[in-house]
Design a protein around this ligand. Sequence first.
Ligand SMILES: Nc1ncnc2c1ncn2[C@@H]1O[C@H](COP(=O)(O)OP(=O)(O)OP(=O)(O)O)[C@@H](O)[C@H]1O
Length: 683
Amino acid sequence: MNRESIDTLKGIGEKTGKLFQKVGVVTVEDLLGYYPRAYDAYEEPAAIGELKPERVMAVAGMLYKTPDVKRYSHIQVITTTLKDPTGTLTLTWFNMPYLHSTLKAGMRAVFRGRVVKKNGRLTMEQPEIFTAEAYGQIIHSMQPIYGQTKGLSNKTIVRAEKQALEIRKMVRDYMPAELRKKHELAEYNFAIEHIHFPSDRKELLFARKRLVFDEFFLFLMAVRKLKEKRGDKPSPYSMKLSQKVEDLKNHLPYSLTKAQEKVLKEVYDDLTGGRVMNRLVQGDVGSGKTIIAILALLQAAYNGCQGALMVPTEVLAKQHYESMTELFAAFGIDKTPLLVTGSMTAKEKRIAYEKIASHEVDIIIGTHALIQEKVVYDNLALVITDEQHRFGVGQREMLGQKGEEPHVLVMSATPIPRTLAIIIYGDLDISVIDELPANRLPIRNCVVDTGYRKKAYEFIRNEVAQGRQAYVICPMVEASEMIEAENVVDYTKVLKEALPGVAVEYLHGKMKPREKNKIMERFSNGEIQVLVSTTVIEVGVNVPNATVMMIENAERFGLAQLHQLRGRVGRGKYQSYCIMVNGSDQDETKKRLDILNKSNDGFYIASEDLKLRGPGDIFGIRQSGDLEFKLGDIFTDANLLKTVSEEVNLLLKEDPELEKEEHQELKNKLQEYLEKSYDKLNL
Ligand SMILES: Nc1ncnc2c1ncn2[C@@H]1O[C@H](COP(=O)(O)OP(=O)(O)OP(=O)(O)O)[C@@H](O)[C@H]1O
């Protein structure tokens, strides 16, 4: 029943089914596992005088004007005014023509929507309308808000979730009863129901704790199994260090930092030590992880083996490919890299696979495409993955299976404290690059409001005049009627006007991979001077000539994400700048952005953010959304993570193969978890 497709639910036809597929929901089970992104608590209506911008709030009052309808190209706007003893408020709706006949002067109601400040005055946009009685019934309840996609509204998802809960088959709880009791965990079926529809905050936290416990538990069990399987084994590829690679290292345009040398030695010791390497290299943005990867790949190549470098995006794969090709050509390195990406044509792929299988190439760079079944390697001795995003523990294992026990090196810029890293990466040894190259000048930061834009553009113009380049980040791709935030397409037009003679172009995730690559290429070689982009450039993009990072609507991003974005500048010898434009006047936002303003250190930022939010703050912007947990946050749930880690140790000590009767359900669940983790790769 739970594995059935969601089109068995009422109201879900082919079209809606496709939209659900877009957010990864195919079966009833997937739907139940599609947890709310946030919850809306229907609070007491506030007085108009108490309204705060950028918040969703409710007000009660009387309409004192018959609505006014205006039409601007494709948008119809209805406005009216609400009054209470503390003030007046403009209410605005977009494209809702039928409201015209509902809204009448003198009507009393409760209105709930986002409050925004426009031209110095407060307006409520797209408010929902309730009678006082109807509002009284839902007050204080928690309404789920799901991640939506164009055409798939929250209402549709809520309706589907309710049905799914009704028809689902209850599952037997796989968590051993003893553990549930010890940690006061909710029963599984109860937790699933109440994560979607909690009646209050307490119930929500109860349900959430159980599900986060599960996420950590299954993840850590999988990590332990992986360690057992891959950990500390003799390696079929014991290498000898090649002098050619040493020569390259000694002739780079820079010398490695002490931290890079230390980490490189640890990697070399693994490669030559006769045991299979399973290592994580952790280093803040721009600390120089890539050269470690390149040198290790070359060592493999000069030992007659193949090496693969797998990264999360095509843009990055291409970037690595190009910089490697250039480097090798400059230093007379006779080892050829090959690029494999999902957007290659079938023919291109076939040719690439042949080159890999015949060992015509030594170093293979690519995205997920690298672990597709069709790729057959010849003597694959080293696999390097960029852990920023998406590659979870299952993927790690899968790559390992591609060769005969290849060495595995994982790169990460996520600033996880050592105690947590040891848990999360329990199957890996950890190396840390804890120093930035010496030629770097610390990035100068500022947090400004939108009134500063003109000055910022002048500043960018100056930098460009000196030969430098700039990024401008906007949260949205295109204009939206519902969300007040800057978008790449319109912003580019504005910027082109503001900066005549400057080459301004845009980049976003909805563009075709080829187009994206082209734009990135033109930015890399300096043809484009200002790149207006969404967060697609967040990870790993390396254009050392870029010195300005201007982030619009900085309030909409998590601190970790802002830190990554900022890490795109300050990668070369030039002084770099980060301008964060704060579009909100909330104190909390100011405090958050201030942390970034004061520091360029990823570890410090993560720990300060945690202090500000406090453990258990589950409504804040997730810090570690890039790890593979849907609900759990390794920072705010750090204590639970430690507890679960201890429990997993105990359990595996007592029953290493999960053979006991009371662990059978768990064993099946774990198997399922691993299979799902592999499946994700084939999406
Ligand atoms: N020791 C060094 N001295 C000077 N420059 C260096 C040094 N090591 C690396 N670089 C340069 O610093 C820039 C950033 O390095 P790299 O791209 O490896 O960063 P990273 O650690 O991968 O960062 P991110 O996580 O942001 O991708 C590159 O242009 C690289 O050539």
